[in-house]
Write a protein that binds this ligand. Structure first.
Ligand code: FAD
Ligand code: NAP
Length: 718
């Protein structure tokens, strides 16, 4: 809006403002536009809602000081002084006894009223102001409609600082004007916000922000010695512009810090690369969910005849079209991230970074140009990249999740290697869009997840056409024939035996886990320690590494769930701890997650087997039910394939420690329950919640079959 308004023609502007005047703020308008405004008589035509409209430079006029009392008489109470025109002066009742000073542009620059702020009433107000300033660590004299006041109030809120706010414009009658007069007498400052800390006058919006950027605000509030100033180029450099890094950098910049983000994507072995935003947006959650949605649309089309739709022919999926649309969408997100960094005043460096020492990095851009940059603090948020098995042909011939979403040719017959989130989700959506897919499973499905449900997912996928090679590991990949796609032979051996197997496919998609991007960071130069086993950065509960000025969050940090919202949450909280005096830590417990397999699986907390391990079998009660989602009823599919399970601790009033849902819209269902489970919901709390009918989620509110009873959990009817 701001930029638009600067360039827009006045005629258009007038009509826009009649509709959108509420969105217009002070510096949105250039002086030229304001002059034009005057010409079109818009200001006095009554077409504007004055009470929400501010002129572009009201705060630049030191003489800008129209008494509220005068404005009240004029009926333009919240109108900025510079907007008052001669027309308004004609309305001035002589009783006010005001003097009018008009600028060359015809706008009234000043009313000086003869209303006395001092005297008995004035003295009382002065005394009241003094006592408020003395009683409150931070006090802000403000006006509710003033954007600068709101900015300062938001800053203190972000800093977690309790403040006393006195809103002058909400006071009775002339009271606010009298307070403002008294404040001018006290501080010499005519404008709001007028900020005092520990009795000391700080000034207005810019003055307060300046104190904050000099790292002096919080020490001043806390009555501590000032934090020593540093001489580095930046306050905070974030290495990695993914989910966690972007969140942390924007939050730090919002807190007034000088921040840069280095983000650079090393192409995959087959040459795939992408833009700003990290794994989630480019080669993870977003394209994965879109392709999963493509598969769900396919499912809906095959259900369509049972809902009365006559489909002319059996539809087929156009891989190239799908990829193009997904990639175009991603490009729009990449652009959005760049704009967001710019808006947040974060410097974006499309450069690969490595440490030189604990306060210096060396970066290199895609042309090979190097430079060194220094910073007081660093955040390592470099995430991870797919791991390749150490077998012949893997890196040369196979692809990974980094390649599949932009694969420029139809993948043909696909073999996914691995049996966790990525392998099962990819096999699921590929199969769902009509691509022949198989999965090579080394041991179990979805290690770490509830194994009853993991097996139900495997069974459901198998019934819907995905082939599983269970108990096999690949030993070699050989190219049989060039092409796009090529013809490949995968040799495998039994995980626990010597039998061998050969599978012929066109695409091998490896999903056997991800390695953190730590080995090119030259961490040795900094003293940051990594786990010998995983290579991930070791941190304490505050995300601080073994080198105090360097922090790590997201996928690269040891022991953190590899999930986007986890990285974002950690990034936001870290910035507030570092630059706003917050002490809030990220709570890594009871994090909800969803596996987007054809039948989606959402869970919170413990698997049944982990709960039994922790509390003992005799202290665990499991409530469950199978059911058929209503949408699957007419097509007569997936009968009793959906499933709800609550794992409860008997000795803790049946507190729910494990929530498991297998069925449509699992992410949506699970997100809502996550709040309840995080708050410590018991089985009784869930029972006393009235369901929404007909939904799949309502099954949780009526669970009455325990596993221990041995009664069948399958369901018929509503
Ligand atoms: P990333 O997002 O990986 O960002 C790190 C960035 O740092 C990258 O851009 C990288 O190129 C850059 N970088 C690395 N080294 C350097 C360096 N030295 N200098 C400069 N830049 C560097 N999570 C969910 O919550 N839901 C899902 O549905 C989901 N689906 C997924 C599907 C797939 C296929 C994959 C692979 C992951 C999925 N995830 C999902 C996980 C999620 O994507 C990650 O947890 C999340 O992206 C991690 O964010 P991050 O900030 O830690 O790192
Ligand atoms: P993962 O969860 O680490 O699982 C690795 C899988 O590969 C396991 O099934 C493992 O089998 C198998 N494996 C490991 N080494 C192997 C080898 N040499 N040969 C054959 N199989 C092997 O990895 P991922 O699926 O790649 O996912 C990575 C992370 O991304 C996950 O932890 C998750 O947090 C995140 N992610 C989230 C979502 C989501 O939220 N929906 C989706 C995708 C990814 P074993 O069980 O035998 O070890």
């Amino acid at each position: 809006m701001t930029t638009l308004l600067r360039h827009i023609q006045v005629r258009t502007l007038s009509s826009i403002l009649r509709l959108e005047v509420n969105a217009v703020h002070s510096h949105s308008l250039s002086s030229a536009v304001v002059r034009q405004f005057r010409k079109t008589n818009l200001l006095s035509s009554g077409s504007l809602k004055f009470n929400k409209y501010y002129t572009w430079n009201r705060c630049q006029y030191s003489s800008c000081n129209v008494d509220s009392a005068v404005k009240t008489r004029l009926g333009v109470n919240n109108l900025c002084d510079r907007q008052l025109t001669k027309k308004h002066s004609n309305l001035l009742p002589s009783a006010v006894g005001s003097r009018l000073i008009t600028g060359k542009d015809g706008f009234i620059r000043q009313f000086s009223s003869n209303m006395a702020p001092t005297g008995t009433g004035g003295e009382a107000i002065k005394a009241k102001i003094d006592s408020l300033i003395n009683e409150n660590t931070v006090i802000v004299f403000s006006k509710t409609f003033c954007p600068f006041c709101n900015k300062i109030k938001a800053l203190f809120k972000d800093l977690g600082v309790e403040i006393k706010v006195v809103e002058l414009d909400t006071m009775e009658g002339d009271e606010g004007a009298a307070w403002q007069e008294a404040l001018i007498a006290k501080s010499g400052q005519r404008t709001v916000p007028n900020v005092f800390i520990r009795g000391q006058h700080i000034g207005g919006c810019d003055d307060t922000l300046k104190v904050h950027t000099q790292n002096k605000l919080l020490p001043m509030i806390k009555g501590e010695a000032e934090a020593p100033a540093h001489s580095y180029e930046y306050d905070f450099i974030v290495i990695g512009g993914g989910s966690g890094g972007l969140a942390a950098s924007k939050a730090a910049a919002k807190l007034g810090k000088k921040v840069a983000v280095c983000d650079f994507v090393q192409p995959t072995p087959v040459g795939t690369s992408w833009g700003l935003g990290g794994t989630c947006v480019n080669v993870g959650c977003i394209p994965k969910k879109l392709m999963h949605q493509a598969a769900l649309v396919g499912q809906s089309m095959s259900d369509a005849p049972s809902y009365g739709w006559n489909l002319p022919t059996l539809p087929s999926n156009d891989w190239a079209g799908l990829v193009e649309n997904v990639q175009n969408y991603i490009k729009s997100l990449n652009w959005g991230y760049r704009v967001a960094l710019k808006d947040a005043t974060v410097t974006y460096l499309n450069e690969y970074a490595r440490f030189v020492d604990k306060n210096t990095i060396e970066t290199v851009n895609k042309k090979g140009k190097k430079r060194t940059i220094t910073s007081d603090k660093f955040l390592i948020a470099v995430g991870g990249r797919p791991r390749y098995p150490n077998i012949p042909g893997a890196t040369e011939l196979a692809i990974t999740s980094d390649d599949i979403f932009s694969l420029p040719y139809h993948p043909g017959k696909v073999l996914c290697i691995g049996a966790s989130y990525i392998a099962l989700e990819c096999a699921g959506f590929l199969s769902g869009i009509g691509i022949e897919s198989s999965v090579m499973v080394r041991s179990i499905f979805l290690r770490g997840f509830d194994q009853q449900i993991a097996d139900m997912i495997g069974d459901h996928m198998e019934e819907h056409g995905v082939k599983f090679y269970r108990g096999w590991v690949p030993t070699e990949i050989i190219k049989l024939e060039e092409g796009t796609p090529p013809r490949l032979l995968v040799k495998a051996k039994e995980t626990n035996g010597d039998e061998t197997l050969e599978v012929e496919v066109n695409t091998v998609l490896i999903a056997i886990g991800r390695d953190p991007c730590t080995n090119t960071l030259n961490l040795e130069s900094t003293g940051v320690n990594t786990s010998a086993k995983s290579g991930k950065v070791l941190t304490n509960e505050s995300d601080q590494t073994t080198t105090p000025n360097i922090y790590a969050i997201g996928d690269v940090a040891e022991g953190r769930p590899e999930l986007t919202p986890v990285a974002i949450h950690a990034g936001n909280l870290l910035a507030k701890r570092l630059f706003a005096g917050s002490t809030t830590l990220t709570d890594y417990n009871k994090i909800p997650t969803t596996v987007f397999t054809p039948l989606e699986y959402g869970c919170i907390g413990m698997s049944e087997e982990d709960a039994i391990k922790k509390y003992g079998e005799e202290d665990i009660e499991v409530y469950h039910t199978n059911f058929q989602a209503l949408e699957a009823a007419l097509p007569k599919r997936d009968e009793n394939k959906a499933y709800c399970k609550l794992v409860c601790v008997k000795s803790e009033k049946e507190r729910v420690v494990g929530f498991h849902y297998l069925g449509p819209n699992a992410g949506e269902v699970t997100q809502g329950f996550a709040v309840a489970i995080k708050l410590g919901a018991t089985k009784n709390d869930i029972d006393s919640t009235i369901g929404i009918h007909p939904t799949t989620a309502e099954n949780f509110t009526t669970l009455n079959i325990t596993k221990s009873s041995g009664v069948s959990a399958t369901k018929t009817g509503c």
